[in-house]
Write a protein that binds this ligand. Structure first.
Ligand SMILES: [Fe+2]
Length: 197
């Protein structure tokens, strides 16, 4: 693991330096191949179903994403910034640029057996979320709240949705793509959701 380096404190606000981290470079390259396949699909329930049907465990993109994220945790460039101590951490991997079809790459690390709620947020353009269990019992929540716990596989929340990112069942990572990198922390619980989530 990385020590308390400057990089660990700032969580790589401009993304990981791919020239220093070959595994991150490989992850970014694989992500681009994947994004080329889904770039014209809108985040939301239909995409979530499609991803779980066609890109779930056993799919080579999914397996590679899990492998490189786990490797990145060991190498110390995944989710380096503590949000609430070491059990809830976040880090940008790539900002949205032409080379990734303007889809940012981010990882959030969770470690909680009990249901844990992270920072409330909204995705103006939706999100595509690869669920990477470290412990096999790890689950991340999609929407609707309380009805959609997802282990190994995917969640995808539609444009304008907002939620507490919730996890349970131990250690795991949410590795996600955001169109234009858009995420907003000014949403409030109780605000209406868009018609399509
Ligand atoms: Fe989210």
């Amino acid at each position: 693991m990385a020590s308390e380096s400057d990089a660990a404190k700032d969580g790589f606000p401009n993304g990981v330096d791919l020239t220093l981290h070959p595994t991150a470079q490989t992850l970014a390259a694989r992500s681009l191949e994947f994004l080329k396949e889904v770039q014209n699909l809108t985040p939301g329930k239909e995409l979530e179903k499609r991803l779980n049907r066609n890109y779930g465990p056993g799919n080579e993109y999914y397996e590679d994403f899990c492998k490189y994220i786990k490797q990145g945790l060991e190498e110390g460039w995944v989710a380096t910034a503590n949000i609430e101590g070491p059990t809830y951490r976040r880090g940008k991997i790539s900002l949205p640029v032409a080379e990734n079809l303007y889809m940012s790459l981010t990882a959030v690390y969770f470690d909680s057996q009990e249901e844990f709620s992270g920072q409330y947020h909204k995705h103006p353009y939706g999100e595509i979320n690869c669920v990477v269990p470290i412990d096999p019992t790890f689950e991340l929540e999609g929407l609707p709240v309380g009805e959609n716990w997802q282990g190994a596989g995917w969640t995808s929340l539609g444009p304008g949705t907002h939620h507490y990112p919730r996890s349970r069942g131990g250690k795991g990572v949410a590795f996600f793509f955001l169109p234009s990198g858009r995420i907003a922390y000014d949403a409030k619980p109780g605000e209406p959701q868009p018609l399509s989530i």
